[in-house]
Design a protein around this ligand. Sequence first.
Ligand code: MN
Length: 333
Amino acid sequence: MIDEILEKIKTYKRIIIHRHIRPDGDCIGSQRALKEAILLNFPDKEVYAVGDEIPSFIKEYGIIDEVSKDMYKGSLVIVVDTGTRVRICNDNYALGECIIKIDHHDDSEDYASINYVDPLSPACASILVRLFKQWHFKLNKDIATYLYLAITTDTGRFRYRGVNEEVLNNAGYLLSYGVDTEKLYTSIYIKDDVTYKLQGYVYQHFKKTPNGVAYMYFTKKMMAKFNVTKEDAANLVNALDGIRGSLIWVVFVDQLKKHKKNVSSKEEDPGCEIRVRLRSRYVAINEVGTHYRGGGHLQAAGAIIYSKKEMKSLLQELDTLLKTFKEQNPMLY
Ligand SMILES: [Mn+2]
């Protein structure tokens, strides 16, 4: 299948790369690296990266190309880091003549003609390094930096389960191109002081369900008071990652969208939208995400809810899950 993907890249003159909605570091880095690597190795190709807004912490590494619908005719589309159809940013991907998917999600669905999926890889970018090595692609410092950024962010700086020999070998291979890790970490990990003030608030005020699911709800009011963006707040999910007994942790973030008039239920009103970020150690939580318009990885997933009632039932499900897990694995927490 790896050779088949290269054959397609060689065959098509125009290649359009898609990513997922609400892009993260792996997504942005993989997409940009694939674009630049194809251009470096096949300079006569036209390669585009499609998607909407890029979060500020990785803005300088991402790119948004303008691509009209007509341009998809006779083109190759490659979708990176995107498990399911609904997560693909921009429906135009379906207009491509041939569609390839390169991904590492657990709840993956086959939406392409070639689906190269490795759920054991902790970052999509590590799969790309595997492909680039096998294809004997030339790389350069910039491409290596995009890939290193992607692997670093999706593995929590090489900390999450799934980091294996291949990933560390790939990371080492990328460093051989001269990636400036100090510069990279400065741009992706330095936070404004307001975010730390809010983080302090989180430590003072996070809540726990009876069996230990730690959670925090970032309301519109709270974010305004601390003067942080919803992305800053969402990223604080990691602040709850080291609490003994809390093997599952969650943040809820008001999405600050405009209310729509005349809607019959809250679910249709974007003004009520609350983003959920679910994280865990040992316990698989992606299944619960799928019950609330989401999904993702076994231990890192997302969801969307529209009311306090849904928040309550989601927490209830997680609490039950954690209770069962603790009963079956008393040694693990
Ligand atoms: Mn990823």
